[in-house]
Ligand binder design. Structure first.
Ligand code: HEM
Length: 469
């Protein structure tokens, strides 16, 4: 079996770190054009094999952990997750930990979170007033911080840390950088800020756990209550450190990624406003149906009809197919995680190439989502490609923004629901227009959103329809 071809160039030891750090997606795409679907290059003294395309994705996503290890690849995340949590734990322990989390992400629970998500979104955007300018990335980050706090940890969390949270999460995320691949414990200011933020959040969660244990209440609609009710096979409860660590890991895995997907969903849509009228028509029709159903139900019950025209239930959300396609298209063109990693512990063949132990194996949703044999005219924004009849991302392992196989994201449905709620609420409330277009990605951060500032002008749909100026 041949070794993957090596990309030429690169500096001694640093390898291609400069070009990769500047824009990993363009760098990896250029590499593919020059060397094919599987090739190798150097990054900070580390041999990397990049692999692209469904056959390679399938092999990597299904490889045994003793052959391709996410744990070894994601060691740089350990200081965020904490000792013995998620990727820092042995694979069997991580499996057990995820087993505690899954019951909190079932469709029945998602229904409960829906009301919380809608409530937070309505409350947040009511503060925008009738018209103005806002930074979309900053706003959706604040909103997803509030939603994650509410659905995962509970309302006490928001009360305790509300103003501080966006800054604390920012410090956690800024602590994930290329230098962490070498050693995530180097004495860098960014790593110190990351550790301080983690201690502060974990301490707050610990206080809430202790308080809830002191004053037990009926089932609360958050993930913390699920974790506190969980126990190991021998019946012993999860320790306070494990509960706090798991929550932190989930917030970290799901909050900023959701904020970035929500931001790109809107930015791409507003950069292509020709897609807005059919989307708004779909929203209006779905809410009108919900209102009719509620009125009929109220008539039958001879009670006053609730204002279902403004409420968002799960059935209404599921009717929003065009919105779903817009989120999918944002996932395709601007996946929040642009590279996924594994460390080879034993030799493995990937798409006809031998990969040796010690190699870092890299997949890239950012590159694979633009393969022309999977997605027609791949650089074009075209939400309709996900509609019935075309379904371009349906082929196995072609859309991998949430990973695949054993380690596929457990929060996918939560994230999609959240992004759709945000845009259903926002588009129904406001007419929106980008101040600047296009908005290129900012690759200086681990989860790349649009380069700051990402400003939108907004105006209440109500005042617009009344012709107010
Ligand atoms: C737009 C938002 C999100 C994106 C793009 C995203 C993406 C991903 C990806 C790509 C993976 C696989 C990583 C790999 O194979 O190397 C993953 C795993 C994971 N995600 Fe998400 N995620 C998102 C939201 C969430 C949310 C909301 C949660 C939890 C509430 C979550 C929890 C997890 C966990 C626990 C894993 C590890 C699963 C495992 O290794 O078995 N994610 N996510």
């Amino acid at each position: 079996m041949p070794r993957p071809p090596r990309l030429p160039g690169g500096l001694p030891w640093l390898g291609h770190a400069r070009a990769f750090g500047r824009d990993p997606v363009s760098f990896l795409r250029r590499g593919r054009e020059a060397a094919g679907d599987v090739y190798s290059f150097h990054l900070l003294g580390q041999e990397v094999v990049f692999a692209c395309g469904p056959p390679a994705h399938e092999t990597v996503f299904h490889a045994d952990e003793s052959v391709l290890s996410p744990r070894e690849a994601y060691r740089f995340m350990s200081p965020v997750f904490g000792a013995g949590i998620a990727y820092d734990a042995e694979p069997a322990v991580m499996d057990e930990q995820l087993g505690f989390v899954r019951p909190a992400l079932t469709s029945a629970r998602l229904q409960t979170y829906l009301d919380l998500m809608v409530g937070e979104a309505e409350e947040y955007f009511s503060r925008w007033g009738r018209e103005g300018t806002a930074d979309l990335a900053v706003s959706l980050n604040e909103l997803t911080v509030a939603i994650a706090g509410r659905c995962l940890v509970g309302e006490e969390f928001q009360q305790r840390l509300s103003g501080e949270l966006p800054g604390l999460y920012h410090d956690l995320e800024s602590g994930i950088r290329l230098a962490g691949l070498l050693n995530p414990y180097l004495p860098l200011p960014a790593f110190r800020r990351r550790d301080r933020a983690r201690r502060r959040i974990a301490a707050a969660i610990g206080e809430i756990v202790r308080e809830r244990r002191r004053t037990p209440a009926p089932d609360r609609p958050d993930l913390l209550s699920v974790l506190m009710a969980s126990s190991y096979a021998d019946g012993s409860p999860l320790t306070e450190e494990t509960v706090a660590g798991l929550l932190l890991a989930l917030i970290f895995a799901g909050q900023h990624t959701s904020a970035v997907l929500a931001t790109w969903t809107g930015v791409l849509l507003l950069e292509h406003p020709e897609h807005l009228p059919p989307l708004l028509a779909e929203l209006d029709a779905a809410f009108a149906t919900a209102a009719d159903t509620a009125t009929a139900a109220a008539d039958t019950a001879t009670a006053a009809a609730p204002d279902a025209g403004s409420a968002l239930d799960l059935r209404t959300l599921l009717r929003l197919q065009r919105l779903d396609h817009c989120v999918r298209e944002a996932e395709r063109l601007r996946p929040p995680l642009v590279v996924l990693l594994r460390k080879a512990l034993r030799p493995i063949d990937i798409d006809g190439h031998r990969v040796e132990p010690g190699t870092l194996v890299m997949l890239s949703p950012g590159v694979s989502h633009r393969l022309p044999h999977l997605f027609r005219d791949p650089d074009r924004y075209d939400p309709g490609r996900h509609a019935q009849g075309r379904e371009e991302g349906k082929a196995a392992y072609s859309l991998i923004g949430f990973g695949g196989g054993k380690h596929r994201c457990v929060g996918l449905a939560f994230a999609y629901q959240q992004v759709k709620v945000i845009w259903a609420v926002l588009l129904r409330r406001f007419e929106l227009e980008l101040v600047r277009s296009p908005n290129p990605p900012d690759y200086s951060t681990f989860v790349p959103g649009p380069r700051a500032p990402c400003l939108v002008r907004y105006r209440s749909r109500q005042s617009a329809s009344q012709g107010e100026r």
